[in-house]
Design a protein around this ligand. Structure first.
Ligand SMILES: [Zn+2]
Length: 166
């Protein structure tokens, strides 16, 4: 058995249980924030993390949660490195993450970021996560956080957040 692979596989399993501080139904793996886990020559576990938004105040909390989760499972030392070489994109969100987001009442990002671009125009007609109607209206480009827009469904009359494509 390849011990290094076994060790990093276990780390991936552990991090699948670390929740996103902003959307607790999603794990950091659902969001695709963990870019890599390696064991370096000093036998240190290096976790490369790309936060969903740079300058996100949750980044320090996330680093702490990752370290604590791995320490709790007996992995030490752990070094969480913030990797900003590529900006996080909604393209990295897993399909199961999108499904969980929808079940939570937030419309998942539609399409891929490359086709909608970073300044995608928000349009009416985003699918309602409650009743799947497309008869929906944009109320505000910014909702509880800058990454979400606020919509209202004309069919079930429920407001909902849409996770913008970035
Ligand atoms: Zn609806």
């Amino acid at each position: 058995m390849n011990l290094i692979k076994h060790c990093t596989d276990q780390c991936w399993d552990i991090l699948a249980n670390v929740a996103d501080p902003e959307i607790p139904v999603l794990s950091i793996l659902d969001l695709g924030m963990v870019r890599g886990i390696e064991l370096n020559a000093d036998e240190e576990i290096v976790v490369r993390l790309t936060p969903t938004y740079s300058g996100c105040p949750a980044t320090d909390l996330l680093k702490q949660q990752i370290s604590e989760a791995l320490h709790g499972a007996g992995f030490s030392p752990v070094n969480v490195v913030v990797d900003l070489s590529e900006a996080w994109s909604t393209d990295w969100m897993s399909d199961s993450g999108k499904t969980k987001l929808k079940a939570y009442g937030i419309a998942p990002p539609g399409g891929d970021a490359h086709s909608c671009g970073s300044h995608m125009a928000l349009t009416d007609g985003i699918e309602c996560p409650h009743c799947q109607s497309h008869d929906t209206q944009l109320l505000s480009e910014f909702s509880s956080t800058a990454c979400k827009a606020l919509y209202r469904c004309q069919s079930c009359l429920e407001p909902f957040d849409y996770f913008k494509c970035i």
